[in-house]
Design a protein around this ligand. Structure first.
Ligand code: ADP
Length: 332
């Protein structure tokens, strides 16, 4: 699989009025062709800076950013323009032209590239069909919902036949249901058009829903990088744990009670493992929280359980789950 982007030891220092701020420090990662790659971190972690280095909207202070085989820093203006033409972007704020209709917005990048009618209109219509907005082509953005505006932005982003789509907090302004619909659309586009997608978000639920791999950025550093399923199942860094673990509103009801978190995948989720526990060991647990979701088409879930106070009982229960292939970690 070819690498679309390759970052090697990228450091970015902002310098303003004699002040220096290191927004990225020694970040190395690769984004592979055809994948949906998530970049997640808290606000101010450096995600937007990282994304802006991918199309050289931001020059790096140290290190290299390669787009396919090209070192972005060594490109001529004309070459850089060609590269930027193959990298489309969508944003939280949609950035549509308010005085233009939906179809005129979608045509905009084609107009800039010098594509004439009727091809231009034809192509824009094709893009609107992909995002399911054909019937809104003559409407102005002000009359669209947030989700529809983002669909127009996606159609516009696709019109130039990019190799990559960068999504910077593209669903952050949308409610969960509409977010789900936009993510489904991005997944469909990724699969049908083999488009590489980079998703910047501060929400783990977005990463879980559609990303193949994820980079966790913490304070300008790459805290963790891996398959989403693996990171979710077994977060190693503090930053990853903070994003993955449910914030724990619980305390054990007894001083020596122990809370554990179980992570299971779709296959295991179909097993009545709590019932099996009781049946096979005679030990009982208290379910404090449970939620399941779909990650890349596979059901995923986690549960927080309270165990009995007795140490030996706790050991038996944890062993039972571990032997059943579940990932067990302590919450308290
Ligand atoms: P994120 O996208 O994760 O919220 P950003 O990449 O926007 O983070 O910002 C990372 C840090 O870099 C922040 O502390 C921000 O204030 C700082 N920063 C971003 N752009 C500039 C700039 N042009 N000059 C100085 N500091 C900046």
């Amino acid at each position: 699989m070819a690498n679309v982007f390759e970052l090697e030891h990228v450091t970015k220092v902002y310098r303003n009025d004699g002040n220096e701020f290191t927004a990225l420090e020694d970040v190395s990662l690769q984004i592979e062709e055809g994948e949906i790659f998530g970049i997640i971190g808290m606000s101010g972690a450096g995600k937007s800076t990282l994304v802006r280095t991918l199309n050289r909207l931001e020059d790096v202070t140290e290190g290299t950013v390669r787009f396919y085989d090209d070192d972005l820093a060594s490109l001529t203006k004309w070459e850089l323009r060609q590269v930027r033409h193959s990298i489309s972007m969508i944003f939280q704020s949609f950035n549509l032209l308010q005085q233009r209709t939906v179809i005129q917005n979608v045509e905009q990048p084609l107009r800039i590239a010098g594509v004439r009618n009727p091809e231009r209109r034809q192509k824009a219509l094709e893009m609107l069909e992909i995002v399911g907005l054909t019937e809104k082509q003559n409407v102005y953005p002000a009359r669209l919902s947030g989700g529809q505006r983002q669909r127009v932005a996606i159609a516009r982003a696709l019109a130039s036949d990019p190799k990559v789509l960068l999504c910077d907090e593209a669903t952050s302004a949308l409610d969960p249901k509409i977010t789900g619909e936009i993510l489904d659309l991005l997944k469909k586009i990724n699969e049908e058009r083999k488009l590489t997608i980079v998703i910047i978000t501060h929400e783990m639920s977005v990463v879980e829903k559609i990303c193949d791999r994820v980079a966790i950025i913490d304070n300008g550093n790459l805290a963790e990088l891996g398959d989403v399923k693996e990171v979710f199942r077994n977060p190693k860094s503090q930053a990853a744990k903070k994003l993955v673990f449910p914030s724990n509103p619980f305390d054990p009801s007894k001083p020596d009670g122990k809370l554990i978190r179980l992570v299971f995948d779709g296959l295991e989720a179909s097993e009545p493992f709590i019932a099996n526990l009781v049946e096979q060991t005679g030990k009982k647990v208290n379910i404090l929280s449970a939620n399941t979701r779909s990650v890349g088409g596979i059901g995923y879930g986690q549960m927080v359980l309270e165990l009995p106070e007795d140490r030996e009982d706790q050991r038996i229960i944890i062993n039972f789950f571990r032997n059943g292939g579940l990932t067990v970690s302590e919450v308290n």
